[in-house]
Design a protein around this ligand. Structure first.
Ligand code: CA
Length: 439
């Protein structure tokens, strides 16, 4: 399916919300990501759209939309304290809603549109952002061949990449109950570990790590027993956010065989609050990963010419660290990794289609994550396990502190943005979380 470009992508359009016109904002009028917010001291969470440093309460526009499908989409924003209802609609409805939001927020909006929207506009600094969806199921993939190879090398130097990797988008079922909103602290987990031949012990992890990932939300569902053809996969994707899939590497190393990760991953996964829609990402689509000569062609159910041509995404991702001492010294967070989503071996469509290929039903609001996004070079490593080679090569912070893995008080900050000549830069906002000591 070809990404659709329309007037909402015109880089020249400005908004009457002036902060949306600043060069460095993540949320110009070309972005319009959705999230769930609550005004401080108010009870009811609302569906909002980010515009500059403000947020528009979408349901407020109900009286100002005429198209039935747009009305339906606004109603979906009015009935639930989550994006699930909006996500469940056909992609067409939200495209029409996007055009209407764009018309209401643009500089040339009519007086009545502008007055209506102004009434439902809040400063982001005055609201609390919640989880964007009620996630029924969370699945985590392993779609970066660079990450899989780097991690594989640490455990199996002679045979880093397992033979299934280039055929199967590898994934596992994560835990939805411990998905948390950005800024919520993460408690250092306890678990069972084993050091060499010593007796196993139970205690706080000594190898706490982050994983820089992209999450994507399921839109329209498929029925149990029915698969999703690769050519239609993107019609089932609502949009993307940032995911920090916190990991306890010592617990993982001891528990993961033979059934894969369990408690090393399920203690917390942080999400950024804004879901950037596939429509907003249209200008930034890229060819799928160029497989090396000799690599197998994806099996037919994972191969689609249009997906190969533009199923990739030119999205920059960054992870930074801020220690307590850095914060006290007024030092800026240190950039630890910068990678690009173009380097993923599998596309979003391939991951989604593979997931449903056995007839597994995906439901609106389900979260699929990409796995750690790493690239070919050392600066493009999306977790400490890779960056420090499992602690052998520690990172030195500006304060002189060293890190093999995360210490208590460390804050990890993820960001993501798309930029391309001829289009307005858009961003995903931030996903942040700090480590609390173990109980
Ligand atoms: Ca992961």
């Amino acid at each position: 399916m070809k990404p659709i470009l329309d007037e909402t992508h015109d880089p020249k359009t400005q908004s009457w919300v002036e902060s949306a016109n600043l060069a460095d904002t993540d949320f110009p009028i070309q972005n319009l990501p959705f999230g769930i917010f609550r005004q401080r001291h108010a009870n009811h969470p609302r569906v909002g759209v980010a515009i500059g440093d403000h947020i528009l309460d979408v349901a407020g526009l109900l009286g100002y939309v005429e198209d039935d499908r747009a009305k339906f989409a606004v109603l979906a924003c009015n009935t639930n304290a989550s994006l699930n209802a909006l996500m469940s609609l056909q992609a067409d409805s939200r495209r029409i809603l996007r055009r209407r939001l764009h018309a209401v927020l643009r500089q040339e909006a009519s007086d009545s549109d502008q007055r209506a929207a102004w009434h439902y506009l809040f400063a982001q600094s005055d609201v609390e952002m919640l989880l964007p969806a009620k996630v029924g199921d969370y699945t985590d993939f392993y779609a970066s061949i660079f990450h899989a190879t780097n991690v594989g090398k640490l455990f199996r130097p002679d045979n880093p990449l397992l033979p299934n990797y280039k055929y199967v988008p590898i994934g596992y079922h994560g835990r939805a109950s411990s998905l948390i909103a950005t800024a919520m602290p993460v408690r250092r987990p306890c678990g069972q570990t084993r050091d060499g031949d010593a007796a196993p012990r139970f205690g706080p992890t000594k190898a706490l790590d982050y994983e820089l990932e992209v999450g994507f939300f399921v839109g329209a569902s498929n029925k149990l027993g029915e698969s999703i053809p690769i050519g239609q996969a993107e019609e089932h994707i609502f949009g993307i956010c940032l995911v920090n899939d916190w990991s306890a590497r010592d617990i993982q190393a001891w528990e993961y065989q033979p059934l894969g990760p369990f408690l090393a991953k399920s203690f917390a996964t942080s999400l950024s609050p804004w879901v950037v829609t596939m429509e907003a990402l249209a200008p930034f689509r890229a060819p799928a990963f160029a497989r090396a000569e000799g690599d197998p062609v994806p099996l037919p159910y994972l191969f689609d010419i249009s997906d190969q041509a533009q199923g990739g995404l030119d999205l920059w991702l960054e992870v930074s660290l801020l220690s307590i001492r850095m914060r006290e010294a007024g030092v800026a967070p240190m950039l630890l990794g910068r990678s690009n989503f173009r380097d993923m071996y599998w596309t979003l469509a391939q991951m989604l289609t593979h997931h449903a290929s056995n007839g597994c039903n995906l439901r609106a609001g389900d979260l699929l994550a990409s796995g750690t996004v790493s690239g070919a070079d050392k600066p493009a490593r999306g977790c400490l396990l890779e960056l420090t080679s499992r602690g052998k090569d520690p990172v030195t912070l500006p304060t002189g502190e060293q890190r093999k893995f995360l210490e208590d008080g460390d804050e990890v900050i993820l960001r993501g943005f798309c930029e391309r000549e001829g289009f307005r830069r858009i961003g995903l906002g931030l996903c942040r979380g700090a480590i609390l000591p173990a109980l």
